[in-house]
Structure formats: structure tokens, C-alpha cells
Design a protein around this ligand. Sequence first.
Ligand SMILES: Nc1ncnc2c1ncn2[C@@H]1O[C@H](COP(=O)(O)OP(=O)(O)OP(=O)(O)O)[C@@H](O)[C@H]1O
Length: 249
Amino acid sequence: MKMTISNLNLYYGEQQALAGVSLEIPRNRVMALIGPSGCGKSTFLRTLNRMNDLIDCVRIDGRIELDGANVYADDMDLVRLRKRVGMVFQRPNLFPMSIYENVIYGCRVHGLSDKKRLDEIVEKSLRRAALWEEVKDRLDDSAMGMSGGQQQRLCIARVLAVEPEVLLMDEPCSALDPISTMKIEELVQELKQEYTIVMVTHNMQQAARVSDYTAFFLNGKLIEHDVTDTIFTNPHDKKTEDYITGRFG
Ligand SMILES: Nc1ncnc2c1ncn2[C@@H]1O[C@H](COP(=O)(O)OP(=O)(O)OP(=O)(O)O)[C@@H](O)[C@H]1O
């Protein structure tokens, strides 16, 4: 297992957003997180690299391990944790800089400045994000001039540039057209050879297409998780069945 979550509870002030969540995330697989709006999917995703630490009123108990080490240990180095567990958001969040500078942003933060090494990282990351051929002749152009789908792949390249182990994706296709969505889905299939991927999606077909495992959340609880085929063809819980057949949510 790449990550192990045990009996996780999370509160925003008085309001409990996650209750008793336990889940194992297998290495080099894609896990989809599904469930109706507000059920806690994004909150759960953010606990995996401690992004919720940035929100004042959050209180967490339970345990999360990355390769057996306690993610919430007092001496956990958060910069290193977020390098190992990278995140791609719903909307592309690029900086108003060149394509090149966007890719290596994280590497510069981590103190890398050798031009030759940075050039290599830019090419490798853009290739892995299936974007190199489209942008190799305009690396110095502003990233803001790219299409939405290209921008999202550039965000993925930026995360890959710092060599993460786990990739968290929060509805990465929600702002994209069908063709860009297909490209991201193909990319996710490629990337799972090297990375562990956890992806929130509202799109059932997408979860069925790209994930190996699916976890269904409802009202802050993990209702069930299993091999994706089983969740979609033979779920154990009536609530899962109701959700995937579109009876609510
Ligand atoms: N920063 C925050 N402060 C207070 N409450 C929050 C915060 N973020 C989320 N919540 C609450 O926690 C609950 C779970 O929200 P979360 O965004 O994790 O759900 P979700 O399943 O990802 O929803 P969606 O599919 O709409 O993105 C909701 O009731 C939400 O209002």
C-alpha cells in the first residue's frame, strides 16, 4: 500500500466533514473518489498532503501513513510532503509567466538553478504530460495563451517536474471540453505506471473508464470501496447502487 488512512475524522469548527474514514490506497493504481456534492471528497483528498493545515478552523484525528510513515507527525517536513504528494486542482492555476517557467516553478522553489538540468526537466515533464509536441517551439510564450486543456496538462507537468510519488487530482476535467478530457484520461492511464493517483470525479463514466478502484463517500462517511468494476456492477450497499444509477446526488 502506498497510503493507509485509519479512522480519520475531520472537523471544520463544530461541523464534522469526515467521520471514521479508513482506506488503503494501492501503489501504482488509480483510485477514484465519488459521491454527491458536499460529501467530503475534496476535504479527504486535501488531508493526504495536509493542504487542510492551511485552513484555520480545521481539526483532524486518526492516522494517515505514506509508505508507513505518519503524515501528521509533528516533525513532518510539509514542503517535502507536498513534493512527494502533488496536487492538480479543478481549474488550471498557472502563473502569468512563460510555459518554461511554469514547469520549473517548483524546482526553483526547491533551489535548483542549473540551466542544463532545468532544460532536461522541462522536456521530460512536458513529454510525460503529453504536451511536449504541442509547445516545444514556444516554451518562452506566456502560459496564459494556451487552451484550457493545455493549461491543465501544463499544471500536471509542473507537478511531475518535482518527481512526486502520489498525484492528487481534484476534478481535473471539470472545466474541460470532451477532447481535452479524453487526453487527460489517457494521460492518467499512462501515469499510473509510475505514480499512485487519487482522483475526485463527478463523472461516473470517467471513474469507470480510468480507475482501478473506486471509493464512494456520502455525508462524510466512506460507504464502500472496491475494485471499480465491482462498485459499478455489483455494489454491496444500497446507497452506492442508488448513487451510481443516478437515483440521487
Ligand atoms: N474551508 C472550509 N471551511 C468550512 N467548511 C468547509 C470548508 N471546505 C469544505 N467545507 C464543508 O465540508 C463539507 C465537505 O465539503 P467538500 O468540499 O470536501 O465536499 P465535496 O464532496 O468535495 O464537494 P464537491 O463535489 O461539491 O466539490 C461541506 O459541508 C462543506 O461545506
